[in-house]
Design a protein around this ligand. Structure first.
Ligand SMILES: [Zn+2]
Length: 483
């Protein structure tokens, strides 16, 4: 380009307009369920491009940009990929890559096409799985691992910790002092580091971490003198470490009695999107994704029957949801929702049980918002809720049981997620009132909060959320002697 043209005011206007456009749109970059960066977005020819420097850093690497030669270098895990401005070719260690669109340089910044970042060749090179949600402007990156996640199953005096393993991964389990057992996995890579307080009386906590040439799982006992046994599981492959409290014989997990029925209710759906986030996240989509994940986690445990009130993006009237649970003689009812607030600062999860009176004005407002779906059914939320009060009052057992159920799920979510814990509360939710079984409503986070919204959009976070709720369900089942 002729340098003199840069001095013309018109050219400056074009440049500053481009800079303004870059600043206007920012993508959220979420790595393993954690929002780690925002990246400027540049759009051209139907393709979205992300600021290479932000993406490189989010991946844990570095991006160098050499303006004179037009070269862009992304270095990651000891390897480097070379890009050239306006070229759709890249190269790394003698291997060449063809990009779906050329690298762009705008406002002195290099931009990489999103379609390349989410492609299989880039995923193989970087050891990641990336997904782009164009509607919400979220790039979600999961590290590809062959070790994990961890699942915990608590029984009376016995806890089974299962570590998922890809075929071919070797392991070794050994005592770690008197109070812990550890498994080392040579050359194993984990998707995300994980630690949780289990506190079930047998296992105090576990920690899964990545080390230079191996992955390591450490299981801390609740009491000295606990004993353990390791066994390999198949289909899917996993390493099971059974930990027994002192004096408890080493027996396989008890076979469950009657399988209890858990109804998992994904709030909203179809014409009722629920709350909408700042980036356009729709509550109904998050609710459904976690509901499907939760049903997978509960089914894998093998001691629950799971029924979903909806398994697709469809409108289901509130009363049909509780009717379905009642027709099935459900033992537990879990309704999944996301919160929204006019203040962008509010964040965190809360777990509700039904009650005549709300625990605070905010809970009251929330129940009104969640009951608003009744209007779409041509009903008056005020009338309908009043009608159900008497009905609910006759089912005192259900009311008495819902509150402790909510508390156990709230405690489990506190252990499993890094969200702010807003506590276990009560309010008059219509969908809970009609249900005969102990019923709770989980507000999983605020779509109106920047970090909460990014997390709710992430598969890794939704998995944690589902694991936490399932742990709370199991805790409650145990407290009732069902397991
Ligand atoms: Zn909702």
């Amino acid at each position: 380009m002729n340098m003199k043209r840069f001095l013309l005011p018109a050219a400056f206007l074009v440049l500053s307009a481009a800079a303004a456009r870059l600043a206007a749109e920012e993508a959220a970059v979420v790595v393993s369920g954690k929002p780690v960066a925002s990246a400027a977005v540049y759009r051209a020819g139907g393709e979205a491009y992300l600021d290479a420097r932000s993406v490189g850093r989010a991946l844990g690497g570095q991006v160098y940009w050499y303006p004179v030669s037009g070269r862009v270098r992304l270095s990651l895990r000891g390897r480097a990929m070379q890009f050239v401005a306006d070229s759709a070719r890249a190269e790394s260690g003698g291997e060449s890559f063809v990009l779906p669109a050329p690298v762009k340089v705008r406002a002195s910044r290099a931009f990489l096409p999103v379609s390349f970042l989410v492609s299989k060749p880039f995923g193989r090179w970087s050891g990641t799985d990336a997904q782009w949600d164009d509607r919400t402007g979220t790039l979600e990156i999961d590290r590809r691992g062959d070790v994990g996640p961890v699942h915990v199953f608590s029984y009376d005096g016995h806890t089974r910790v299962v570590l998922e393993l890809a075929p071919g991964v070797a392991y070794r389990a050994a005592p770690r002092g008197a109070g812990a057992v550890e498994a080392t996995l040579p050359l194993g890579t984990i998707e995300s580091a994980d630690r949780a307080e289990v506190d079930d009386g047998v296992v105090a906590s576990y920690q899964l971490k990545q080390e230079t040439r191996q992955a390591r799982l450490i299981i801390q006992f609740a009491a000295k003198g606990a004993h353990w046994r390791a066994a390999e599981l198949s289909d899917p492959r996993g390493l099971a470490i059974d930990v027994y409290a002192p004096g408890v014989p080493e027996l396989p997990p008890p076979s469950p009695q009657k399988r209890r029925v858990v109804v998992v209710d994904a709030g909203h759906g179809g014409q009722d999107p629920g709350a909408t986030g700042r980036r356009g996240t729709r509550e109904k989509d998050v609710n459904l994704a976690v509901a499907l994940e939760l049903s997978r986690v509960l089914r894998r445990r093998g001691d629950f029957e799971v029924v979903l009130t909806r398994d697709q993006d469809a409108f289901v009237p509130l009363s049909d949801r509780s009717d379905k649970a009642n027709a099935l003689n459900a033992d537990l009812f879990v309704s999944l929702h996301c919160n929204a607030a006019s203040s962008a600062r509010k964040s965190g999860f809360e777990v509700y049980s039904v009650s005549e009176t709300a625990s605070d004005p905010e809970a009251e407002r929330l129940a009104q918002a969640e009951n608003a779906a009744l209007k779409l059914e041509g009903k008056d939320p005020q009338d309908e809720t009043a009608k159900l009060i008497l009905l609910a009052m006759t089912k005192t057992e259900m009311l008495n049981e819902s509150a402790p159920f909510a508390v156990l799920v709230e405690r489990a979510l506190d252990r499993y997620t890094d969200l702010e814990n807003r506590g276990a509360k009560q309010a008059a939710f219509y969908v809970l009132r009609g249900t005969h079984a102990p019923a709770i409503l989980v507000e999983m986070g605020f779509v109106s909060h920047r970090d909460d919204e990014a997390k709710l959009n992430s598969r890794a976070f939704r998995r944690r959320m589902a694991e936490g709720i399932a742990a709370g369900v199991a805790d409650y089942a145990r407290s009732k002697g069902w397991l």
